[in-house]
Design a protein around this ligand. Structure first.
Ligand SMILES: [Zn+2]
Length: 384
C-alpha cells in the first residue's frame, strides 16, 4: 500500500478504514454525501473523520502543512463544522442550528463538511430532523456522523450513509505510536497503552502526565483496600474527589492546547495582536471551554469506572487462568491477592455493578449515592 498522506498518519491501526477513505479521495468527483464512522470511544472516529475532511479539502490530498490542513487540525476551518455536544443528549436546537449551517455554500474550499460526534446521543425526533438533510443534501455538503455502532442510529439514517468501521487498536500499536510520535520510553508506553485499554487519548495522557498516573493508581489502590462499610464509604468519597481533580486538570490541559492551536492557525502569538474577527473566534472557543468544564467531573467519574472495570477484569482473568496480559501490570501482587481471596462470581458481579453505575451516571443520578453503593458492594466477602 502507498504511504497515506500526512493527515492520516496519526490514525492508529486502521488500514482498512484509511484505505477506503483514500480511494474515495482519489476518485475525486462525486464523493458520497454522507458517511458513518463507527468504533468504540477512543478508537479515533472523529479524528479519522477530520483527516478525511482534510484530505478532501487540501489541494495535495491531505499534506498536513497547508493552511487548509492546519485550520482543520485546529478545528477552525470555515467549511468544516463539528457538532460535539456537552449535554447528555444532543438537543433539537443544536441540530437545527447545525443543519442551517449545512445549507450554506462552502466559504473557501470545494466542500462543506459537517461532522457530528457522538450521534448516538440523538433522540429519535432529533434524528428525523437530520434524516431530512441526508435525503436532500445541498450540493457540496458532506456529512460525517460518528457513533459507537450502527445500531445506535435509526435504520433510515443507516441506509443513507457509507459505513467506515474502526477497530479497537491493539495495545502494541498504541504503545508504538507513543514511542514514535511522542518520544515516550518503551516500558512506560506499553504500560500506559494497556492501562488505557487502547484508548489513544488516555494512553497518551497517562504516558506524559505523572499526576494523572498517580491519581489513577491512588483510585485503584483505594478500592483494593475496602474491607467493611465504613472503609467503603471513605473510599467512595475519595474517588469522587479524585475524579473532580482529574477532570479539572484534564480540562485545563485541553483548554491550553486548543488555545495554542487557535493562535497558531491565526498566525499570532499573543492576544493583544488579534484583529476583531480573530478575537470573536477566541471568545467562541472560551465559551465552548466553559461549557465543557461543567462536564469534566462526570467524565472523570466515568474514567475511574472504566479503570475499575479493568481492575476486576484482571482479577477475573487470574481466577479463570486465561493467561491474558493484565491491564494493570503495576498492581499484579494486589490483584493476585484479591483473585485468591474472592470468587469468580464476585468479580463478575462487580463488573456488572460498575456497568450499571456508568449507565445511571449518564442519566445524571446523584454521584455520591451511586459511588457509595458501588463501593459497599465491593466489600470482600470471605471466600469459600
Ligand atoms: Zn494540505
Amino acid at each position: 500500500m502507498l504511504t497515506p498522506p500526512k493527515v492520516f498518519r496519526d490514525v492508529v491501526s486502521q488500514p482498512e478504514a484509511v484505505g477506503q477513505l483514500l480511494s474515495a479521495v482519489r476518485q475525486g468527483k462525486d464523493v458520497h454525501h454522507a458517511w458513518l464512522f463507527t468504533g468504540p470511544p477512543g478508537s479515533g472516529r472523529s479524528q479519522l473523520a477530520l483527516a478525511f475532511a482534510a484530505a478532501l479539502l487540501c489541494a495535495e490530498g491531505g499534506c498536513g502543512n497547508c493552511n487548509s490542513c492546519q485550520m482543520i487540525q485546529s478545528k477552525n476551518h470555515p467549511d468544516v463544522q463539528v457538532l460535539n455536544t456537552q449535554r447528555v443528549l444532543i438537543s433539537i436546537d443544536e441540530v437545527t442550528a447545525f443543519i442551517e449551517k449545512s445549507i450554506q455554500m462552502p466559504a473557501i474550499g470545494k466542500y462543506r463538511v459537517m461532522v457530528i460526534e457522538d450521534a448516538d446521543r440523538m433522540s429519535e425526533r432529533t434524528s428525523n430532523l437530520l434524516l431530512k438533510s441526508l435525503e436532500e443534501p445541498p450540493k457540496g455538503t458532506i456529512w460525517m456522523i460518528c457513533a459507537p455502532s450502527e445500531a445506535d442510529l435509526l435504520p433510515t439514517i443507516r441506509s443513507r450513509v457509507r459505513r467506515v468501521q474502526l477497530k479497537v487498536p491493539t495495545v502494541e500499536a498504541v504503545a508504538q505510536l507513543l514511542v514514535e510520535k511522542y518520544g515516550i520510553g518503551f516500558d512506560l508506553a506499553q504500560q500506559s497503552a494497556a492501562q488505557a485499554q487502547s484508548h489513544v487519548g488516555m494512553a497518551r495522557r497517562l504516558a506524559s502526565n505523572a499526576g494523572a498516573r498517580e491519581r489513577r493508581s491512588q483510585a485503584l489502590r483505594a478500592v483494593l483496600s475496602i474491607t467493611d462499610i465504613p472503609s467503603a464509604l471513605y473510599v467512595s468519597d475519595d474517588l469522587i474527589k479524585l475524579a473532580a481533580s482529574d477532570g479539572a486538570q484534564l480540562t485545563a490541559e485541553i483548554d491550553e492546547v486548543e488555545r495554542k492551536e487557535l493562535f497558531l492557525s491565526m498566525g499570532v502569538s499573543e492576544e493583544s495582536k488579534l484583529n476583531p474577527s480573530s478575537r470573536a473566534q477566541l471568545r467562541r472557543l472560551e465559551e465552548a471551554q466553559k461549557r465543557r468544564a461543567t462536564r469534566s467531573k462526570r467524565d472523570g467519574l466515568d474514567r475511574i469506572l472504566i479503570d475499575l472495570m479493568g481492575l476486576y477484569r484482571d482479577v477475573l482473568s487470574i481466577q479463570l487462568g486465561t493467561g491474558e496480559p493484565l491491564i494493570n501490570v503495576d498492581l499484579v501482587q494486589e490483584i493476585t491477592k484479591l483473585a485468591n481471596e474472592s470468587t469468580q462470581s464476585q468479580s463478575i458481579h462487580n463488573i456488572e455493578e460498575i456497568e450499571k453505575v456508568r449507565k445511571r451516571l449518564e442519566r445524571n443520578v446523584n454521584d455520591s449515592y451511586l459511588f457509595d453503593s458501588l463501593a459497599v458492594s465491593f466489600r470482600r466477602k470471605a471466600s469459600k
